[in-house]
Write a protein that binds this ligand. Sequence first.
Ligand code: ASP
Length: 603
Amino acid sequence: MIDQLRDFKRDYYCGDLNESNIGEEVRLLGWVDTVRDHGGVIFINLRDREGIVQVVFDPSKIGEKLYNKAKKLKSEYVIGVRGRVNRRPAGTENPKMKTGNIEVAGEELLILNTSKALPFPIEDNIKVSEEVRLKYRYLDLRRPSMQRNIILRHEVYQAVREFLAGNGFIEVETPMLTKSTPEGARDFLVPSRLEKGKFYALPQSPQLFKQILMVAGLERYFQIAKCFRDEDLRADRQPEFTQIDLEMSFVTEDDVITLAESLIQHVYKKVLGIDIKIPFRRMSYEEAINKYGTDKPDLRYGLELIDITDLAKEVEFKVFNDVAKSGGLVKGINIKGGSKFSRKEIDELTEYAKKFGAKGMAWVKLENGEATSPILKFFTEEQKQKLFSLMDAKDGDLLIFIADKKDITYKVLGFLRKHIAEKMNLIDNSRLEFLWVVDFPLFEWDEEENRLVAIHHPFTSPKDEDIDRLDEALNNPEIALSFKSKAYDMVLNGEEIGGGSIRIHTPYIQEKVFQLLNISEEEAKEKFGFLIEALSYGAPPHGGLAFGLDRILALMTGSESIRDMIAFPKTQKGICPLTGAPDYVSEKQLKEVGIKVEVDEEW
Ligand code: ASP
């Protein structure tokens, strides 16, 4: 059999044809999107990566052999068509199609492959489970919206490379088979065959390598890097995901921040044609938590948190009073126009609050000049007025309050704020609210482990004023909780899209921070000895950040899930339905790497 493609070369992509091609003879290759038979005339929608064009086989104009061949065509057959581009007869144009004014009169047809009946149609807005979409990912990816996503991803890669290479960054690949890098998640492990009993870890990020590249004098590094974190796949996470990772020498927080926002500005302009204003707003971690209950606030709407703890100390209402006096926090939100909420809707809000750990939710409804509330009877007239003034309460408002331990009050109100904004349609999806959250604490207290843990990671530099207090904190870890770090997060519409820090660049300070984190000298040496050693050979001051590429893409396209932005993602259970990974391996393979698998029946 001769290769049918030997003398048949594509002249155009289907979607690229237009009226300027009328009269031209063209050769096209692609998939049969649809077949229709109109009184014996066969109409094919031929689809390729760039779009669709209509091809016509008219028995009054072509020979019987060709016509009979065309009659065999079914959805997703792979074909080649040669024919002349014509203007569609008046009245048969399709304004919904990019190529809707033209059609191709088929004169030659190659059938390059057939297709089985499809598990789902190749079109957008299909109702089919994600499991099935992922099993037949090659069909799912033929759908126009998925093609657009994958192409957009490619365009973002190119824009990132263009900007960073243009700004003196050097692209370096760091190893996938490596040692554990702590980013706060579990490692994926790979057994070593040559050194039985030893394991590589897949990188949670290129953090240590990029710092070492700075010690190596590369000055500016970037990588579009795969990262692996074996976490429980809450919400919209993937066990392997992609970061735009970068690091710079001789920089301050401001330098990295400026570079990073310029990169985002460039990518949005280049890929979406959208102008983004820089510099982005900056907000301290403290302000973000106090006002929004979260370190990644969505600034597209108000509903700010208001502190009434001092007032709560005075009132007779026991729930408020106890919390306020025992170091807890009483905070509220004024829902403007919320008085229209029915009792049932308020109960629903309370139930929602309970999901995040609240014991209850207090409220005050201001309607028709009257205040209704289960709690106001515990307030004196003066206290009521004070409450209304603190909350800026007006007729038509609904005030809600959470009283609990600090963390819970913030968390619950943070989630309620978002829930209410969604419920009341306050979110303008056309807005892009970028924000830098800065001045993060360096550490937090881990109740379970009973020790300090790094909020960003252990390589993040404390602020200059706190560096001098490291020794003091070694005897009194409480002090360390007040330390601030040179870390920064970029937030877009309530999602963290990037984060980084200025790093510790002297072995002396790095060792102290390990000590504060209760990492023993031995453990530090064993795990990060190579970093400490590298830092002791003239490491320049350096810092950087990493963007979550999948998340940025999902925000750019308005996709609900990052899975739609990844060619071959895992399900929420970490499974690849296409290949069946993860899978068992043969006894022989296990033996080679010295592994015995114990299967616990209960698992
Ligand atoms: N390695 C960090 C992360 O994955 C980013 C950075 O500090 O540059 O979050």
